[in-house]
Design a protein around this ligand. Structure first.
Ligand SMILES: [Zn+2]
Length: 100
């Protein structure tokens, strides 16, 4: 588990100085339309009868493919002066905790 501080003293290129930036962990966004492009295509292909092509087989599930148990962490650092948000990538970890 990695503990990440709530604020980081980082350089803002827009302001041209070091500022205390607020740290926020980015969560994966929910899809607005509901279906992905692939899911829409599959739905269209599965209509009616006949050969369903590549959709005839069940898809390889995420659990079968997943060999890695950790995830890369994306942090958003926001500058309090100008409001610009910087992205900081963290190496792979299982769990992340933002501490004070
Ligand atoms: Zn700034």
């Amino acid at each position: 588990m990695v503990k990440i501080p709530e604020t980081m003293f980082k350089y803002c290129t827009k302001c041209g100085k070091h500022v205390k930036m607020k740290v926020k962990q980015e969560k994966s966004a929910r899809r607005a339309g509901g279906f992905t492009a692939m899911a829409r295509r599959e739905k269209r292909k599965r209509r009616g009868y006949g050969n369903k092509g590549r959709f005839s087989k069940r898809p390889v599930t995420q659990t079968k493919m997943a060999s890695k148990t950790s995830k890369k962490v994306d942090l958003r650092l926001s500058c309090p002066d100008c409001g610009k948000i910087w992205v900081l990538s963290y190496p792979r970890t299982k769990r992340v905790e933002i501490v004070k």
